[in-house]
Design a protein around this ligand. Sequence first.
Ligand code: EPU
Length: 422
Amino acid sequence: MDVFHIEGPVQLNGSVRINGSKNASLPTMAAAILAAGKSTLKSVPNLSDISVFGELLSSLGCTIERNDSGDLSIDSSVIENTVGEYEIVSRMRAGICILGPLLARCGKVSVSMPGGCAIGDRPVDIHIRGLRQLGAKIHLENGYIVAEAPHGLKGDDIFLGGPFGSTVLGTANVLMAATLAKGKTTIESAACEPEISDLANCLNKMGAKISGIGSPRLIIEGVKQLHPVEFEVGPDRIEAGTFMAAAAVTSGELKLENCRLEEMMAVVDKLRSIGVTVEAANGGCVVTRNGLVKPSDFTTQPYPGFPTDLQAQFMVLLSLAKGNSVVTEKIFPDRFMHVAELNRMAANLRKEGPVVIIAGVKKLIAAPVMASDLRASAALVLAGLAAKGTTVIQRVYHIDRGYEKIEKRLNAVGAKIIRKSG
Ligand code: EPU
């Protein structure tokens, strides 16, 4: 297992290109199942989560290829298996989003029930409820969700809200299934995340009839069949937010290319309110920090609120603010594995239920720490950039799931990170 040795403190300066979005790529790859033939996706990042998802699609009978320019093609002409095996789905929760498209195309599917993970319980009851409303018969068997709709799916009015708001992959599943259902489906309380808009735009390019894209009410007129597509996924707003936090944590200046500020207003607003400058520049932005960061509060929320996927990274930034801050996690109330690790680096964080109280410190101090999940490990990397000494991060495979060549890209703008095979 690889380990990062991060020498700090450093100041980051320079330019970084933001990759295509992981969380838009995964459901869009699943959408290729809906239309027999070869679809091509552009700007899909080269990440371990994407490879595992490719493995899952291959296990169903699809052929996956990456060409020299990095485009990912998925040939779904033949689906010879409708079982998403535990061995693969247990490695990546997004595997659940083959449920809707396989059901719609093949009339049956079994997918291993994903377990919990480092960020807490991750139920799929709303996915199941939504697909049942489209007429699927669903039961659990040996840890698998078994769904059948031998006579096809039928559109309905479906409320997809849950105790923590909308569900991103639940919306993806029901949306994909509804494209081939008979008649009209209305999804109320749909997730509004840009990744869902990307998926819906891709589906429309495949011949689906979806309106209300980007809003909490999606209306889908079912069609008889979809056709393969060529589609480019949008930039990764979570990767962009992580680099923004990196510029701010290191008192540096980063120019981010390929970044849509209009999809990041909650994040940009938070940065500006604590004293970090964010200026739009040619399809991207420049993020600069001069002087001290002011303390602040934020609460994670579904889009367009502050994203849970940036909570850990912004906690590092607020750890260095002059004064006390409060972070409330409203999407995954247990997503705080980074708190104890950051305290090992001399942060002063106190967790009380879904809330963390941050007493700002003057500096962080390097320590050996353990990555626990993707975004928590990104936070540890940011802390390592700012901390004095050599921070050693174990289990960096977590970060490889969601950030392509992170150490090379950070080193190119002034970081000193060495990857060692452990
Ligand atoms: N929920 C339910 N029942 C369900 C589904 C969700 O109660 O059937 C709850 C969840 O427990 C959570 C809330 O609803 O409290 C929102 O979860 P959601 O379903 O939206 O999460 P997800 O679709 O499984 C995606 C991203 C996550 C991101 C969340 C929230 C992908 C592949 N994953 O997960 O990304 O944190 O939305 O924005 O798109 C990451 O990239 O690091 C990551 C974890």
